[in-house]
Ligand binder design. Structure first.
Ligand SMILES: NC(=O)c1ccc[n+]([C@@H]2O[C@H](COP(=O)([O-])OP(=O)(O)OC[C@H]3O[C@@H](n4cnc5c(N)ncnc54)[C@H](O)[C@@H]3O)[C@@H](O)[C@H]2O)c1
Length: 400
């Protein structure tokens, strides 16, 4: 059999998520990836990563100009996504970018057009929808286990403050989640929307509200150089959206970063309900409630009022797909196999672009008081097959 021709890959942006997750996964987990280089505008970060994984430290420009490097993984903070992705696309590189594609809708439109013109693959994170639980849920829907999906709802709440461990002490990158392009709509919105689109299909119209709750706060971490100084939050911290899918189904999405941590995500079909996990993760339970699965209260008979109002029984589905554990970088591996097999990546930029427009549309709708008609569309991504693979063989599921 032919040996796999690995895909030479470089990372730009060696911060938190790179160090903790992407770098170990890209260096060790995916056989198709040959991680060769890294760059960061803070030289010590690139140097640290290079030492850990035996990489070459390069400048951004050296990476763009290196003819051997095929994929650039853009793990910079959201304000830099546009600049780095644009330069890499213009250099003819395939780009995998952390969410979201840019800060403004106009920048996103430009990047999308540019990638299409240059004919390069361009994928936007998150890639959790390729994980075991989400592909299991997708198969459950495709197999008709809940009948035809008619509605979905999700709610995620969290607590983003200027005092947690995520506060970077470098003044240029304080707390990306509370800066433009960050914030809960862009951060968790991406996780939910990629999964919503993967399960329910493209969205036709959106409405809703985006709001910056409590825009004036103070730095509360004594380690922070601006301790007790005021900070103005200039990105929405709460989003409430109504979604109309092309299929005719409806959905709601409520996400806030001003409360305690909790999530809720379910899809309702004509034959039952899927209860899903936190889309920030690749694994987790997938539960199903089926019509008729209502247990009878032993104290009532089915003719008595109340019998139908007991909690329906939910069953946990067996997880049928690979990549249950922390698999960030799976979208990069899928892109690498897409390059070698001359197909589109499952997380093609249609998906990231469509998700980005949903957030933009909800925000616009809140400002204008009008329903926003989506201009982009994307097919549901090609599912990952369930082949009973385990361990390092799981990657075989992508090689098509
Ligand atoms: N931190 C998380 O838990 C997490 C989780 C999932 C996804 N993400 C996403 O990953 C991205 C990065 O997040 P992070 O937490 O790692 O941020 P970070 O600030 O810790 O790291 C970003 C790095 O990019 C570098 N950088 C910025 N602009 C650059 C440029 N033009 N050229 C070279 N280097 C540049 C910075 O110096 C920094 O080291 C964000 O888009 C975020 O949405 C973060």
């Amino acid at each position: 059999m032919p040996a796999i021709k690995k895909v030479k890959t470089a990372i730009i942006g060696c911060g938190t998520i790179c160090k903790n997750t992407y770098a170990p996964n890209l260096a060790n987990k995916y056989h198709i990836i040959d991680l060769v280089a890294c760059a960061d505008r803070i030289p010590e970060r690139a140097a640290y990563l290079a030492e850990q994984y035996n990489l070459k430290v390069m400048t951004n420009e050296e990476i763009y100009n290196d003819p051997e490097i095929e994929i650039v993984v853009n793990l910079t903070c959201p304000e830099s996504h546009y600049e780095v992705s644009k330069a890499a696309i213009l250099a003819g590189k395939h780009v995998y970018s952390e969410k979201m594609m840019a800060v403004t809708w106009e920048e996103g439109q430009e990047l999308y057009k540019l990638a299409r013109e240059k004919g390069v693959n361009y994928t936007i994170a998150p890639d959790t929808f390729l994980g075991a639980s989400w592909q299991t849920a997708r198969k459950a829907i495709d197999d008709g286990l809940i009948g035809t999906p008619v509605a979905m709802t999700c709610c995620y709440s969290s607590n983003y403050q200027m005092d947690g461990d995520m506060v970077d002490l470098d003044p240029d990158h304080f707390m990306f989640v509370l800066h433009p392009g960050g914030g809960i709509p862009y951060d968790f919105g991406g996780y939910y929307l990629h999964n919503i689109i993967n399960l329910m299909g493209p969205i036709k119209r959106v409405g809703g509200f985006c709001k910056t709750m409590y825009p004036d706060r103070i730095y509360r971490n004594p380690r922070h150089p601006l301790y007790k100084e005021p900070v103005h939050i200039d990105t929405p911290t709460s989003i409430a959206g109504a979604l109309e899918f092309e299929s005719g189904a409806h959905g709601t999405m409520l996400i806030t970063s001003d409360s305690a941590c909790r999530f809720f995500f379910q899809i309702m079909g004509t034959q039952g309900i899927l209860i899903l996990n936190d889309p920030n993760f690749f694994g987790g339970s997938v539960k199903i409630i089926r019509n008729g699965g209502v247990p009878l209260d032993p104290n009532l008979n089915d003719k008595e009022p109340g019998a139908w109002f007991t909690d329906p029984l939910s069953y946990t589905l067996p997880i049928t797909h690979p990549f249950r554990e922390s698999s960030r970088g799976l979208g990069v591996a899928d892109m690498a196999y897409a390059i070698r097999n001359n197909r589109r990546p499952r997380a093609d930029c249609d998906l990231g672009y469509h998700a980005f427009e949903v957030i933009h549309g909800i925000w616009k709708s809140g400002d204008s008081g009008e329903i926003y008609e989506m201009t982009s569309r994307c097919e549901r991504p090609e599912p990952i097959p369930s082949l009973g693979l385990t361990g390092t063989a799981e990657e075989f599921a992508l090689d098509n």
